[in-house]
Ligand binder design. Structure first.
Ligand code: NAD
Length: 381
């Protein structure tokens, strides 16, 4: 039997007028989870399910409060009719996963009546989403195999994220050099994983030269085989300090910090990694050094757009007047270029850091501008 308890944490330092924070426990399956719904002004909240062996309840609570708020800003700035939410499940993903645990988690999501839609995140995988979907329809990012529609919007979001980063880097080039073309530019990519590799393809096709770094030799060998003289191999420890035009962090968070920022030679920093700034103040540190920073949640929203479109299509909840196809989805993602242009203009006009400008634009969208709402009523079982 799952028990649920609404948490009253208004005094918590990471509380930001969250709408709902619920703690779920199911002794039978070992499920221990917190779901936080930050804001649903624009629609049901969508955000991944993180499975992590938190050291304490407090750590898990802080994480879910912070991450759910971030999702509100990311979806709003991407003009998605979605709010911000997140779930955390306590435990080591290598040890706790069972079908029963995900069924219990699905029931927990269902009990929120559509206020929260889950998706993959650190520690959770597509196969877990399939189990959750047996108990609730409020799951996004399901694979094509169980999608049952030939709309081309389901599947792996990583290539879509990469396309969005590529579009965002064009906005950065336009702001910095007056020309969005990336031809002839030199780009250092940290992390040749799902997103970094796909980004490399877009950049090479456009005529850019690359320096890439990864912890895994195979990823680098693959890049060398495919991109030949367009790529050289950098060191994971010093990739941020390469003498390039653009540094694209596509690995882990907190890469922009007191140690790395003084060494950055690139004029532009923009990449897929989440939470790139070690602390909010590092945004200002980049500004002071004259480095143009594309706020991470603004440039990497291709992934949430992809899972959002998949969810809208599968559940028959199309909030738009356009059909949900891979073409309309990619056109939506391409608007990252325009949105980042607006972020840079606002930052220039008001003397703000780009992070402050992105936050301001996002807040205007989810606090003031109505977008078409996604119904929270289930239309497909
Ligand atoms: P991934 O796990 O496929 O790739 C990450 C790569 O980075 C791996 O190849 C890993 O070996 C490498 N790496 C790790 N530490 C490194 C280091 N210190 N130096 C160099 N390489 C290092 O992950 P991904 O899906 O490509 O995502 C990359 C980043 O983008 C993550 O921060 C992720 O949260 C973020 N992101 C991804 C998506 C998406 O759609 N996949 C969407 C939004 C944000």
């Amino acid at each position: 039997m799952i028990s649920s308890k609404v948490l009253d944490v208004t005094n918590h330092p990471s509380f930001d007028n969250h709408e709902q924070i619920v703690h779920f426990e199911d002794p039978a399956t070992g499920l221990q989870s917190i779901i936080a719904v930050h804001n649903t002004n624009l629609g049901a909240s969508l955000g991944g399910c993180r499975i992590f062996p938190y050291a304490s309840f407090e750590d898990a609570l802080t994480d879910v409060l912070r991450l759910s708020k971030g999702m509100t800003y990311k979806s709003a700035l991407a003009s998605l009719p979605l709010g911000g939410g997140k779930a955390v499940i306590f435990g080591n993903p290598r040890q706790i996963k069972t079908a029963e645990l995900f069924h219990a988690f699905g029931e927990a999501i269902e009990s929120l009546n559509g206020a929260y839609i889950t998706a993959e995140d650190v520690g959770s995988a597509e196969s877990d989403m399939i189990e959750i979907a047996k108990k609730t329809s409020y799951v996004a990012g399901l694979p094509e195999a169980i999608h049952g529609q030939e709309d081309g919007v389901s599947g792996n979001p990583s290539p879509v994220t990469a396309y969005g980063v590529y579009c965002g880097l064009k906005a950065c080039a336009k702001e910095k050099y007056g020309d969005p073309s990336l031809a002839g530019r030199k780009v250092a990519i940290q992390g040749m994983g799902a997103v970094g590799y796909a980004l490399a393809r877009y950049l090479v096709e456009d005529g850019a030269a690359l320096v890439v770094a990864d912890l895994h030799k195979e990823a680098l060998e693959k890049a060398q085989a495919e991109f030949a003289d367009k790529v050289s191999i950098g060191d994971p420890i010093t990739i941020h300090a390469e003498d390039v035009d653009i540094f694209a962090p596509c690995a882990m968070g907190a890469i922009l910090n007191d140690r790395t920022i003084p060494d950055i030679k690139a004029a532009i920093v923009g990449g897929a990694a989440n939470n790139q700034l070690a602390e909010p103040r590092h945004d200002l540190m980049l500004k002071d050094r004259g480095i143009l920073y594309a706020p991470d949640y603004a440039i990497n929203s291709g992934g949430i757009t992809s899972v959002g479109y998949e969810y809208f299509a599968r559940t028959g909840r199309n909030p738009y007047t356009h059909p949900l196809t891979s073409g309309t989805m990619m056109a939506h993602v391409a608007r990252i270029e325009e949105t980042l242009g607006q972020v840079f203009t606002l930052a220039d006009n008001k003397g703000l850091s780009t992070g402050e400008a992105a936050d301001q634009l996002a807040r205007e969208k989810f606090m003031e501008t109505p977008l078409p709402r996604v119904s929270t009523q289930t239309s497909v079982a």
